[in-house]
Ligand binder design. Structure first.
Ligand SMILES: [Zn+2]
Length: 107
């Protein structure tokens, strides 16, 4: 196919079923880590108020928050891959098909 990056890979029905299950698990992990990172960023913005609220200085909050952001990047690089061909799935939140092998990832 000229002008297309898709290398059509033939998967068996069992493989396709496995790929969908694996993708659902990957997406769930991706969401959890994303929400944790959002909470860390939110906590950074609300640091002073949080400190006033609980009466404790949060000296390590900045380090922890930036650590989580870096972790999110590394985690996504490892986790956010097509279960079939292992290609990175890109920036989309819930792609329906793999851009490389064309497998359907969810209904
Ligand atoms: Zn793929």
């Amino acid at each position: 196919m000229p002008g297309s990056d898709i290398e059509a890979v033939e998967y068996t029905d069992a493989q396709r079923e496995q790929i969908r299950r694996d993708y659902a698990a990957r997406r769930q992990r991706q969401m959890i880590v994303f929400v944790l990172m959002l909470l860390a960023i939110l906590a950074l913005f609300l640091k002073r108020r949080l400190e006033e609220l609980i009466g404790v200085r949060l000296d390590h909050l900045t380090t922890v928050a930036f650590g989580l952001i870096l972790f999110r990047i590394a985690f996504a690089w490892w986790n956010w891959r097509c279960p079939g061909c292992k290609q990175y799935l890109g920036r989309g939140f819930n792609p329906k098909f793999c851009q490389r092998c064309g497998v359907q990832l969810h209904d």
